[in-house]
Design a protein around this ligand. Sequence first.
Ligand code: SF4
Length: 389
Amino acid sequence: MQNRESVLSKAKHEQQSMDSIKFLTKNKLDDYFLAEVIDQLKHDKDDKRYAQEVGILNEIICNLEDNVEFSGDKSRFVVLPNEYNFLSQNNKFLWAEYLIFRYKFRIYPKFGRLPDFPIHLLIEPVSYCNIKCSMCFQTDADFTKPPYMGNMDIGLFRSIIDEAVENKCRALTLASRGEPTLHPNFAEVINYARGKFFDFKLNTNAVSLDEKKCHQILQGEVTELVFSVNAVNKNEYQQVCKIDKFEQVVNNIKQFHRIRNKDYPESKCKTRVNGVEYGPDFSEEQFLNFWDKIVDNVVCLKVFKRWDTYNNILSSVSSPCALLWQRIYVWFDGTASPCDRDYKSLLKIGNIRESSVKSIWNGEKMNLLRKKHKEGFRSCFFPCDRCED
Ligand code: SF4
């Protein structure tokens, strides 16, 4: 067994990677803080709140202390930068509950462990967008027209959130196929989800992120605001997004930080920008250098041909898709889907207007998908047969 110091420094190093996303921002977690987290988890093992989950707590403690040396071990659990943010901003009383949720979020899908309700719920308030980036399915002319375009009814949104809260779902993302800030009742949408999730994420391209929306997001206690801006200058932006809005977008993002820092000094909302490694010219270093001064975290995503899902060539991947054990997407019209690669819902697993999230999650269609994927027959499904996930 290694001594604590060397184990912790390895853990710190390992946090930089997480499957398809890569944090470029320098990690802020120090050894002493990690040691404090481990001590708190050990203390909480005797708390009756975690009587049913002592096994998970033991695994987390063990992974943090000892197992990090096994590089490539998928059971490894290390604290990632976004998790560090939560831990450092919240009372120790919540740490164990939060890390148990994160463990389920990240580790369960890798082993096909099925929770009785999705760990991560993704809802799209709207399906349309105000820009058409070249790597997005919004460029598919067959998609950007009825029946695919619309807004979610606020009553439907509330009922999904109520069910998620009742079933102790801890992660909500507002995004998917469209730009969520365009919802006509955006403030109401955000407010209804306020304070109900550990991870409350909103993705935006920041084109329409005006002052009013900044306040609505901060008052709604969004915990992570993700900017999808795949450029570091005007020309790049114009090439990718086909419009001349780079300066406006950067100014909107800077304004968000000014408002947060001045008017909401206690805010727990962290920002991050997502860059997609879309071509040989993409430079992680340039991307980090530009955005690191503006946002809290800079992240790089693996490129995938999502905008051409249905015409991609057949894939040789035969391992099960982890999303099937982790999440559900709900479109504006209630359609439930296992993923957003399949943006025209050919894999549709139900509709929330007709059944509950829980019954769809545990229903025949979802279980058949899981079964076939597990047996190595994902190619039975279109477009799973041409998906690299
Ligand atoms: S298309 Fe199939 S394999 Fe790809 S992300 Fe969706 S469910 Fe997973």
